[in-house]
Design a protein around this ligand. Structure first.
Ligand code: ADP
Length: 397
């Protein structure tokens, strides 16, 4: 039995193949540059890895290449017969108000995802293309959709409604949905295990190229920093996060077009906009160390915004059990964690400097700290694979 997890992004396909025990993946890969010239396909099975170049390909041929690589590439391909794949789990960015958990894909599910295209124009169409391609290439496997928004279906109305005219909500879907839900749910499940707390109160941070915070009360999401789209909230690689909405009409009145403003906020803002150097945190951290003022400012604003949400969310979780850091930056930057937690002893958060510098999943607060702090490496694919295995097996019974 094999489970394939596919994540069709706006220009890439990431995939992982799992065996019956959904622990470590058997193989994984990424096809980058979908729809453009110069496609790069990296594929790994155990220690064996290859990268090949391809000409322009679309999602369908990308999924077809994926299946071919899993069956034929390398000294020990993990797939001997396509029928071994019993389930294909797809990451879907926007599930709107309709989906509160992962579901088996049928035509109605695909239609609903399509109806949400306008809320996630870069992602939902790509997700659907992956679903359709896998449906054609692996017709016997059960398709499962795991939504980035589903974990936030527990947000109370006071947290998901914006204070705007109510018809914007009724007619245009203007409300907070939240994103990165697969990662935050993984962090909650893991934190629950390591803390020995079945329904923990947490503040979780996913800090990668995209970044978000989530307030968790008794195991359920009660607030999150991302909004109607993944633009709101924390400072991200190229996304601004929170700004005063008046900035938009101020700039429109100054002559900028809607698409120029969108580009500024989504693609040219964030760490890149602040620093003028890079959207990549590691590069900025190096430039900060080297004394480059704009890089130092970008890092400061990034950490300041995280602290702002930490403060806001600590009052929503109830007595907080732990603050959790994850994502490329959250897992790998002791400096960011130090700056975020610095001087918060009076709130009950005390960082252990040497644990903060260590590696892997671990507590990073002192044993005396009333609120724990943890680093938990996220694993969104493993969670999608688990949901897929569960639904696919239940479907076969
Ligand atoms: P994505 O959201 O695309 O999955 P990741 O979670 O991989 O992104 O995070 C990417 C970010 O993590 C980049 O800004 C990268 O510079 C940063 N990062 C990766 N390793 C380190 C490190 N050792 N120190 C600081 N930042 C790091």
């Amino acid at each position: 039995m094999r489970i394939l997890v596919i994540n069709c992004g706006s220009s890439s396909i990431k995939y992982k193949l799992y065996g019956a025990e959904v622990c470590d993946s058997l193989a994984e890969g990424i096809i980058e540059g979908i729809g453009a010239p110069g496609v790069r396909h990296r594929h790994r099975v155990g220690d064996w890895e290859t990268t090949v170049k391809a000409s322009v390909i679309d999602y369908r041929s990308g999924v077809s290449r994926t299946v071919e690589a899993l069956s034929e590439w390398g000294p020990a391909p993990p797939l001997s017969d396509l029928r071994e794949i019993v389930g294909v789990g797809h990451r879907v960015v926007h599930g709107g108000e309709r989906f509160s958990a992962s579901v088996i894909i049928d035509p109605e599910v695909v239609e609903t995802i399509e109806s949400l295209d306008s809320l996630a124009p870069l992602h939902n169409p790509a997700n659907r293309a992956g679903i359709e391609a896998a449906g054609e290439l692996l017709p016997e496997a059960v398709g499962v959709a795991a939504f980035d928004t589903a974990f936030f279906s527990t947000l109370p109305e006071r947290a998901y409604r914006y204070a705007v005219p109510a018809e914007w909500w009724r007619h245009h879907g203007v409300r907070r949905y939240g994103f990165h839900g697969i990662s935050h749910r993984y962090l909650v499940e893991r934190a629950s295990k390591v803390l020995g707390e079945p329904r923990p109160n947490l503040v979780t941070f996913h800090l990668g190229a995209g970044a978000s915070a989530c307030a968790v009360r008794e195991g359920s999401a009660v607030d999150t920093s991302m909004g109607m789209t993944p633009l709101e909230g924390l400072v991200m690689g190229t996304r601004s996060g929170d700004i005063d909405p008046a900035v938009v009409f101020h700039l429109m009145e100054a002559g900028l077009s809607a698409s120029e403003i969108r580009r500024g906020l989504e693609r040219k803002g964030g760490l890149l906009g602040l620093s003028g150097i890079s959207s990549d945190f590691r590069r900025l951290a190096e430039a900060d160390q080297a004394g480059e003022p704009s890089a130092s400012l970008a890092v400061e604003v990034f950490c300041h915004r995280i602290r702002r949400y930490l403060g806001a969310f600590l009052v929503q979780t109830g007595p907080c059990d732990a603050v959790v850091f994850s994502g490329g930056i959250g897992e790998n930057s002791p400096e960011v964690r130090r700056r975020v937690l610095d001087g918060l002893g009076s709130l009950g958060l005390a960082l252990d400097a040497s644990l903060n510098e260590a590696e892997g999943e671990r507590q990073i607060s002192t044993d005396e700290s009333p609120i724990a702090a943890w680093v938990i490496p996220t694993d969104e694919e493993a969670l999608i694979a688990r949901d897929t295995a569960q639904l696919a097996l239940a479907d076969q019974r």
